[in-house]
Ligand binder design. Structure first.
Ligand SMILES: C[S@@+](CC[C@H](N)C(=O)[O-])C[C@H]1O[C@@H](n2cnc3c(N)ncnc32)[C@H](O)[C@@H]1O
Length: 254
């Protein structure tokens, strides 16, 4: 597996961090700081989440894991604090010993996986007794603009057609609860008034997924072009309020 690192992909990840990091940092405040601990970030991508995790929990060691070698090379080449490392590997088969981490974090990874229950079992396996799994995932129920824009409502159909686990958010409490873990749950519904990162990331993501959308027949070429034109229009129009799909999070204690 390899991901192309280009300006658009770097910017999209930065926009994701701009939108989601403030929420994730509030969740992590319920877990730490945990000086002296060992933490793991699954599906770390370009490393933004791993640096956020290390900043929030101040662990002795923090490892970012991703199965994509290009992303691991990119993340490793950034300015990283001491004790933070990146490693290639799969969340479905973690290359770590049982009971070797205090916290295992993951964000927007399980939505991509064929078997998220297996990844959750792996998270529990590598956690020490009393350790915490923190998972934060989307749930593609709906999204909308007010005044209405089909550019936004149509995105729900795109996510549902493109991602193997489009309702993973609502399933998190059940998945970790079934492992006998004690689960705390919450949600986040983001709202954008005026021009901001939501409009931009919607448009950039639609462009990045063009091949998959057409290849899977989720939209015809004409529908895709109209959809993209509407998102471009919205990117210049500060009036509509944009409400993105909900996210769910869990803190599951081992
Ligand atoms: C949407 S990105 C999320 C990045 C980061 N966690 C964040 O929230 O910004 C999903 C990441 O999961 C990685 N990924 C997908 N399947 C994986 C697997 N089986 N094991 C490890 N990483 C995986 C992808 O390479 C990608 O970097």
């Amino acid at each position: 597996m390899s991901y192309t690192i280009n300006e658009e992909n770097v910017e999209r990840q930065q926009l994701l961090a701009e939108i989601l990091n403030p929420v994730a940092i509030e969740i992590l405040k319920k877990v730490g700081p945990l000086p002296g601990s060992r933490c793991l970030d699954l599906g770390c991508g370009q490393g933004n989440t791993t640096r956020m995790l290390a900043g929030a929990l101040t662990p002795r060691e923090c490892i970012g894991l991703d199965y994509d070698a290009n992303l691991i090379a990119y993340a490793s080449a950034q300015s990283n604090p001491p004790g933070l490392h990146f490693q290639q590997g799969s969340a479905m088969e973690l290359p770590f010993d049982d009971a070797s981490f205090d916290v295992v974090f993951t964000r927007y990874l399980l939505v991509h996986l064929p078997d998220p229950e297996l990844a959750a079992r792996e998270m529990k396996r590598v956690l020490k007794p009393g350790g915490r799994a923190v998972a934060y995932e989307p749930d593609f129920t709906h999204e909308f603009a007010e005044p209405e824009s089909f550019g936004i409502t149509q995105m729900t159909k795109i996510w549902r057609g493109m991602f193997p686990q489009p309702t993973i958010g609502r399933r998190l409490p059940g998945i970790f609860g079934a492992l006998g873990m004690n689960v705390e749950t919450g949600t986040f519904l983001g709202v954008e008034t005026g021009l901001g990162p939501y409009r931009r990331i919607y448009r950039m993501t639609l462009e990045a997924m063009k091949e998959g959308i057409l290849g899977r027949g989720i939209e015809t070429e004409a529908e895709y072009n109209a959809h993209l034109a509407e998102l471009r229009r919205l990117e210049e129009d500060p009036k509509p309020m944009v409400v993105k799909f909900p996210d769910f999070w869990v803190i599951a204690t081992n």
